[in-house]
Design a protein around this ligand. Sequence first.
Ligand code: NOJ
Length: 548
Amino acid sequence: MVNLDDVGRSGAWVPDPPAWWQREVIYQIYPRSFFDSSGDGIGDLPGIRERADYLAWLGVGAVWLAPIYPSPDADLGYDISDYVNVDPRFGTLDDFDAMLTTLHERGIRVILDLVPNHSSDQHPWFVESRSGPGSPKYDWYVWRSSRPDGSPPNNWESYFGGPAWDYVEPPGQWYLHSFDRGQPDLNWDNPEVREAMQDVMRFWLDRGVDGFRVDVLWLLSKDPELADNPVNPEWGEGGPPWLRLLRANSEDGPRAHEYARVLRGVIDEYPDRVMVGEVVLPPARAVAFHGERLDEAHMPHNFALTELRTWSAEEIRPVVEEYERQLPRGAWPNWLLGDHDFPRIASRLGPERTRVAHMLLLTLRGTPTWYYGDELGLPDAHFPPGTLAMIDPQASTSPERDRFIARTPMQWSAGPHAGFSEVEPWLPVASDDGSLTVERQREDPDSVLSFVRSLIHLRRRTPALASGTYRSLSGPPSVLSFERWHPDGTVRVHLNFGATSQDVEVDGAGRILLSTNEPPETRAGGHTMRLRPYQGVIVRTAAPGTPG
Ligand code: NOJ
């Protein structure tokens, strides 16, 4: 726990010493797509174990695994039918233990996805619950009767589209599902549900996992009256259907923070574990999930960089400053460029701009979460209609929001199926370009992979980057410049997000630690540096810098 008396304005303190989850890069693995060791076209836990040396070589300090539990796949693992087991397609509990040991031996922590808001409709809890009000599990889910006209209990809509209610007979009632109908929402207002989920956490923490990423943390509490959601006044006919209503009553309810503390309480029963939370809310409400006493998520995910539109320095600077300002005192920041729910960064920005975005992610103050495959510059996949055996539940209602495009197999080699599997993988690879593979890029010092690896290692050995303070610097248009101060040395970062060259002022005695590509020339006796379009540099300053 941070002693708040020791902490100044949020951007201006240095954790001493930083916890592992503050100083390391977290690497998200989508297990189904990382490495198939069993030859069934689906990635698995022994496959992750086999690739532990790659992760260590890359330099990541932790992995976050998307759900590995038994699941009927209504939402690929986010519909869990047994919280305390491993899906046989991914392996066994013994395989899990072996993977954990191997990763731990390499100094890599393991964070599991915890999905407490909903189970699968095939979980024994739900099967029992739907037998009706006489069942001891009836109140574990959210059941309501029809309105007098026979319609669902309220107007709430699923995140995947359509009503958030499904009618079942028996019990002749509707159950709530914020996502797919195969994902009934658990009733968090029932203390037995909270206790059951705490036991799930202990099961995995006792096995040695290092923490959880909590799925949809902000959804656990809903309006107790289940009142209708208001219509979004900014929505017009023809607008995206999922934005038609404001989710005022169906999310971030009155007990949301209490429930976050229920989860954090279990984390704190164990030494040195972490709780990361998925919270998709406007920044001020998202950072509130650190907790008033920093007793909720250590890091509610910060999605600000996924929302950028222009990726100009002028857009990014206030976003960073605003987030820094809104963080509660003593709260540790975090950043990500995307995850399994977003199009890939290389496709969002194009190959020219991707490296400067990588440099931004790995030099901002706070823990970066990396998405597997982005280190190769993997693009989104395009699936010709009707070619996939299964589809993303979100794409079934909104094809333009297909999330499978960014969940394709990791590309290891130029062999069949990019070396991911010996058989046809569950999803085709995103690209047949042999240069988009670990095998090729490892050997090429100019590859995206070599660049990202250098960035990660530089970040690891440079305290200013790993845990220093943040301070914006002024610079020419289109360049984002900032300083990271640390008692052990200060660095300055200059990122040109523009399509034209720009001169930045530098401290003549400074030393370039890393550049996105060929280092820039210095001019004016070493006092200016000409950045090429989309070029970024990290410079060690000779001067001590300013602590934020
Ligand atoms: C958020 C997860 O990231 C997403 O993939 C999933 O569909 C929903 N939560 C529901 O669990």
